[in-house]
Ligand binder design. Structure first.
Ligand SMILES: [Zn+2]
Length: 304
């Protein structure tokens, strides 16, 4: 094991991880990088366990495998395939649908889809920071089939709140997006609280809900929409998200829109650190308490 894998090249990835053992050794070096601590009794003295990829506590004799207490725990496919699924999901600029992933890695589509939920879960944790500074906020509708209908109906479309950091010079910082129940002021207010720092300067359009929030004492600057020109960076993100959703995942029902939003936000926010994305996700896998699939499946259901 010589250092962390950094990069986006599939050839380099294939050289670094040739078999299950390479992957397990990689995880081993991460798991106990800060020194060994027994998860049962807290003892810091450990010896070689049942295999070279286990550590056994000198005190209570608990034998822990490299994947125990991580998101890799209970994953039935070989580690090498799991590594390939992570690499392809996070390192390809636009991501892949689970159908494409399954074909490339050689697993069943359902296996790829289930494992991708874990990857998405790790992605969410990675992009939860609240937005700071100048922040543009707006709401939009995603999906639905009644393109021709006048006005905005929530019946077939899903309401989404979007916040974008404006870092000056026409550049965008980080973004956040959340599915919301409706465009009512209190719902939008809650969405803003979860995505934007309290000291941020918020700029929005003239939707009446923002007026109500302003009256309640929120520091919000409301500008005329001018067909999107006044919140240009935000509207660019809305457009890019909708294009990505249609282009990569083809279809998406309202119940699982948030998981796709999470994936898009993660991709966008880590666009300048793409070479280290694989590792940040592996670290999340190693440091997260294992979640059972059932937890991850709510509220999403099987899609592409
Ligand atoms: Zn112990």
């Amino acid at each position: 094991m010589d250092g962390l894998f950094l990069g986006l090249s599939g050839i380099d990835f294939g050289k670094k991880f040739r078999n299950n053992r390479d992957c397990a050794e990689y995880l081993y070096s991460i798991k106990w990088a800060g020194g060994y601590v027994c998860t049962v009794c807290g003892c810091t003295s450990g010896i070689k366990g049942r295999t070279s990829l286990h550590r056994r506590c000198s005190n209570c004799k608990y034998d822990e495998s490299v994947t125990c207490n991580t998101l890799f725990h209970g994953v039935r496919m070989p580690l090498l395939k799991a590594f390939h699924l992570i690499f392809r999901t996070v390192c390809k600029k636009k991501g892949m649908s689970s159908v494409e992933l399954a074909t490339e890695v050689g697993v069943q589509q359902k296996t790829a889809w289930k494992f991708k939920l874990k990857i998405k879960n790790a992605m969410v944790q990675e992009s939860q920071a609240k937005l700071q500074g100048d922040v543009q906020v707006d709401e939009t509708l995603v999906g639905g089939y009644s393109e021709g209908c006048v006005g905005r109906s929530l019946e077939e479309k899903t309401a989404v709140l979007i916040a974008v950091e404006d870092i000056g010079g026409g550049k965008t910082g980080n973004i956040r997006m959340e599915v919301i129940e409706s465009f009512k002021a209190d719902i939008i207010g809650l969405g803003m609280d979860s995505m934007v720092a309290t000291n941020a300067k918020i700029k929005t359009d003239e939707h009446k809900s923002y007026g109500k929030l302003k009256k309640e004492g929120r520091d919000i600057e409301m500008t005329k929409s001018e067909k999107g020109a006044s919140l240009d960076q935000l509207h660019k993100q809305i457009m890019c998200f909708k294009l990505w959703l249609r282009g990569t995942h083809h279809k998406c029902k309202p119940s699982y829109l948030q998981t796709y939003i999470d994936e898009y936000v993660f991709r966008f926010n880590s666009r300048n650190a793409r070479v280290s994305i694989f590792n940040s996700i592996i670290f999340k896998f190693m440091n997260a308490v294992p979640k059972i699939y059932v937890d991850l499946i709510v509220p999403c259901v099987q899609n592409t």
